[in-house]
Design a protein around this ligand. Sequence first.
Ligand code: OGA
Ligand code: MN
Length: 290
Amino acid sequence: MGILPRITHVPSAVMSIRLLLQSTRRPTFEHAQWLSRRKRDIFRRYSSFSPLKASLIKNINIFSKSSKSRSLPLPLYKPEAGCGFADKTSILKAGQLSSVFESSDAETADIVLQNFELHENLVSEEEENSLLEEVEDYLEDLDYEYDHWDNAIHGYRETEKSQWSVKSQAVLRRIRQVAFSSGEQQLSLVHVLDLAQDGYIKPHVDSVKFCGSTITGVSLLSTAIMRLAKQNNPEHWVNVVLKPRSLYVIRDVVRYQFTHEILKDSESSFRGQRLPRARRISIICRNEPS
Ligand code: OGA
Ligand code: MN
């Protein structure tokens, strides 16, 4: 395990398909695991399949027919005590969110607030710097992906990481402790997503096949606006200002019935005020589908 560092850093699911189709590699155990991860990635991005998306996924299935990886159990994260909170952590609940929360209407705000949390300063500046240093090691070799019109994310590079420094492990433990209840089965791979200054995430729902009821992410480097909109009626929405070092938690109704997106810089405004966005890195943990 872990002997394919370059392969696991392939940034985009769509790019990966191309590489897979060109590849003449014998499917080793590691390769099968990698294929499985890429497939999961694609499913996660495209929760509702258009014919094109469906055909992309079909291609991958055909290619990786010999892969046994779906039956490999992913190692699960076991929660531990003593994760040490940063001093200034504040949990913003209904009533305290006014400076970072706006909505199309009160009813939508109510629904979202019951299934969404924002923890500001969950990560200290020092921890942010060391996390950035660590993920930069992986990301710096990758190009940002822009090329596919159908991709849910534009201007990004990403990795899924299982090995972390002791310092980062402490932060990840804190994130997991805040977002998940004890004993909850969590994906052990941590998703690191680097959005370029001109990158953005279109509205989507993470696939229910590969991710459970909770999605949590810490934002680093730049403030960004996350929009949550009712999937069947996007005129009902909320915007949340995600400051660097804040952690959002999306649960249940908001996770399943709302899309989430990260607005592009040119659309980033809050309460009528422009809120410029720069390069942003998110570190995302998810739980296992039930
Ligand atoms: C995703 C996603 C949100 C973020 O990768 O599916 O929605 O905070 N990311 O980067
Ligand atoms: Mn998502």
